[in-house]
Design a binder for this molecule. Structure first.
Ligand code: 3PG
Length: 306
C-alpha cells in the first residue's frame, strides 16, 4: 500500500487532517500523521517506509531524503520551499512540489492585521494612526502581494509595487503604481509589505541601503521569511530613524535585542502564523494530497520545483 507521511511539527487544523485523510483513503493510500515531533532523528525514523510526504516548514534535509528509501515525492503544503533541500531530492530522484496560492489569503489577512496592530500601538490604549490615505509598498506582487494590495485598497490605502517578474501592465491594470526599483518603492511608502522568497539572492537583501530610503515613521511588515532581513542593518536603521517600526511573522534571530532596544516599535509572532487558519490548511493540505495522487497515478508534474 502506498504510504503518505504527513510530517508537520506545526500540525494542520483538525478539519484539514480529516479531509486530507479522506482524499488519500479514496485513492487507496495509507496516511500517517506525524505531528509535533521534536527532532530530526524522529523524522528520519518516521520517513523510512514513506512513498510520499506532505510537509509544511519542516526541514527536509539530505539526511531525511537519504533515509527515505521509497520516497518519490515531497509536497510542501504552502508556497515557500526553502525548507526542502532540492539538490538532495533531485539526486535521489525525488520530485518536490509546492501548492502556490492555496494559503495566500491567510497570509494576506495577517499582513493587514499586523499593519493595524502596529498602527494602533499594539492596542495599548494610546492614540494611534489609520491606514486610510497611507502609501503601501508591496515588495513582490505574487499571490500574497496581490491579495494584500486588494484588501488594502478597501482600507483606502494607495498601493505601490515592485516586482521585476510581473508585467508592469498587469500591475497597472489592477490600480497599482509600479516602481522600477526597490529603492523607489521604499522611498514612496509609509508601509512596506514583504512577499519575496528566501533564496541566495534575497537573503539579507533588506539591508541598510534599501531601508535607508524609507521615511522616519516607516513600517516594515514581514510575513515572508526572517532570513531576507539583515538584522544588524535593521538595528542601525532603527537607531537612526527613531520612529521606524518592524513587525514580523516569526521572530528574528535577534528578537531579544530588538525588543529590549525598541519596545513597542517591534512585534514578532511566536510561531509563523501566516498560514495558520483552517481554510489555508484545508486548501493546501487537500491540494498536496491531490498532487501526490496525480503524480503517482498519472505522472503529473504540475507545480514541480526541482
Ligand atoms: C508558506 O511558505 O506557504 C508559508 O510560509 C506557510 O508556512 P507554514 O506552512 O509553515 O505555516
Amino acid at each position: 500500500m502506498t504510504k503518505v507521511l504527513i510530517a508537520t511539527v506545526k500540525p494542520f487544523a483538525a478539519a484539514a487532517v480529516d479531509q486530507i485523510k479522506s482524499v488519500l483513503d479514496k485513492a487507496g493510500y495509507e496516511s500517517s500523521f506525524f505531528e509535533r515531533y521534536s527532532s530530526q532523528d524522529e523524522l528520519i525514523k518516521a520517513v523510512a517506509d514513506a512513498d510520499a510526504m506532505i510537509v509544511r516548514s519542516d526541514k527536509i534535509t539530505p539526511e531525511v531524503i537519504n533515509a527515505a528509501k521509497n520516497l518519490k515525492i515531497v509536497v510542501r503544503a504552502g508556497a515557500g520551499f526553502d525548507n526542502v533541500n532540492l539538490e538532495a531530492a533531485t539526486t535521489n530522484n525525488v520530485v518536490v512540489m509546492n501548492t502556490p496560492g492555496q494559503n495566500s489569503n491567510a497570509v494576506a489577512e495577517l499582513a493587514i492585521g499586523m499593519m493595524i496592530y502596529q498602527a494602533r500601538n499594539h492596542f495599548n490604549g494610546t492614540s494611534g494612526t489609520e491606514l486610510k490615505g497611507k502609501k503601501l509598498g508591496i515588495h513582490a506582487y505574487g499571490n500574497v502581494g496581490r491579495l494584500v494590495a486588494n484588501i488594502a485598497k478597501g482600507f483606502g490605502m494607495e498601493i505601490f509595487a515592485f516586482d521585476p517578474f510581473i508585467p508592469k501592465e498587469k500591475m497597472e491594470a489592477e490600480g497599482v503604481t509600479v516602481c522600477d526599483t526597490a529603492e523607489e518603492l521604499y522611498a514612496a511608502s509609509d508601509y512596506i509589505s514583504l512577499h519575496i522568497p528566501a533564496n541566495d539572492k534575497t537573503k539579507k537583501s533588506i539591508n541598510y541601503n534599501l531601508l535607508s530610503n524609507m521615511k522616519d515613521g516607516g513600517v516594515v511588515i514581514n510575513t515572508a521569511r526572517k532570513e531576507v532581513i539583515d538584522e544588524i542593518d535593521l538595528v542601525t536603521i532603527m537607531e537612526e530613524k527613531t520612529n521606524f517600526k518592524y513587525v514580523s511573522d516569526i521572530a528574528p534571530d535577534n528578537k531579544d535585542l530588538l525588543k529590549d532596544k525598541f519596545g513597542i516599535r517591534v512585534f514578532f509572532s511566536p510561531k509563523k502564523m501566516g498560514a495558520q487558519t483552517a481554510e489555508a490548511n484545508i486548501n493546501a493540505g487537500i491540494a498536496s494530497a491531490n498532487q501526490i495522487i496525480a503524480f503517482l497515478e498519472k505522472g503529473d508534474t504540475t507545480f514541480k520545483v526541482n
